[in-house]
Design a protein around this ligand. Structure first.
Ligand code: HPA
Length: 273
């Protein structure tokens, strides 16, 4: 079965369990899952029950698709995502994005926990992603292209939608939430970066470093979805930070920012055009 047909099959299964057809989806990053508490009339479908979905069990990530409404708008939240470092292929980790598209989702909000490289950032900051650098050496679209999913050579000029970025900046300003802006770079992990790597990535123009998001954004753009990206800077990157990193530190810092993150995303959804 082709990837397109697999995505259709998964979408058909989900439709049997959920009649609402949200136009907006949010992928929740590490420690940012609290947004699910904002859902009215929630209905969650565990990934393990959806045909074609890989299984994931990374600490800090639930593994389900949660439908509901926030601020009067139907939305679907991905509680937990798949990472390249789990040993899955780029095509596998981005399969849910293909399924969301087949479900009729038109815009994707990607969120993540990441390390700050830009010296003006501090742990706890939220950062609007303006662009990305794919440092993985891989791409989820490698392989034969299925034109039913998108074009062979998708353009990435404005991968992070300018109008949605403006909406996020205006909304954050009105809420009094400070929002940094910057370029997110993908590092495969699962080891954290060395200090030399972080110096190199800073020279290349990265403001933040993380282990997710970029593959999903590539697939979303391929499928013609609009993308908004919000990062939570949970720690300063290696060599800038004075302390060593741990996943626990990342989760605790993301949790500490989650009230601001929830308020921002909730208000964004209320105002989504
Ligand atoms: N590096 C990579 N990924 C991360 C980091 C980091 O410092 N913090 C949270 N995710």
């Amino acid at each position: 079965m082709s990837k397109f047909e697999k995505a259709l099959e998964a979408a058909r299964y989900i439709r049997q369990r959920e009649q609402r057809q949200p136009k907006v989806a949010v992928i929740l990053g590490s420690g940012l899952g609290g947004l699910v508490e904002e859902l009215e009339q929630p209905n969650a479908i565990p990934y393990g029950q959806i045909p074609g979905f890989p299984a994931s069990n990374v600490a800090g990530h639930a593994a389900r698709l949660a439908f509901g409404s926030i601020g009067g708008r139907d939305v679907v939240l991905m509680q937990g995502r798949f990472h390249y470092y789990e040993g899955l292929s780029m095509s596998e980790i981005t399969f849910p994005v293909c399924v969301l598209r087949q479900l009729g989702v038109e815009s994707l909000i990607v969120t993540n926990a990441c390390g700050g490289i830009n010296g003006s950032f501090a742990p706890g900051d939220l950062m609007l992603i303006t662009d990305h650098i794919n440092m993985s050496g891989n791409n989820p679209l490698i392989g034969p292209n299925d034109d039913r999913l998108g074009p062979r050579f998708p353009d990435m000029t404005e991968a992070y939608d300018p109008a949605l970025r403006r909406l996020a900046e205006d909304t954050a300003a009105e809420l009094g939430i400070s929002l940094q802006k910057g370029v997110y770079a993908l590092y495969t992990g699962p080891s954290f970066e060395t200090a030399a790597e972080i110096r190199a990535f800073r020279t290349l123009g990265a403001d933040a470093i993380g282990m997710s998001t970029v593959p999903e954004v590539i697939v979303a753009r391929h499928a013609g979805m609009r993308v908004l990206g919000i990062s939570c800077i949970t720690n300063m990157a290696t060599g800038i930070a004075r302390t060593k990193h741990s996943h626990e530190e990342v989760l605790a810092a993301a949790n500490a920012s989650s009230q601001r993150f929830r308020l921002l995303v909730r208000t964004l959804l209320e105002r989504w055009e």
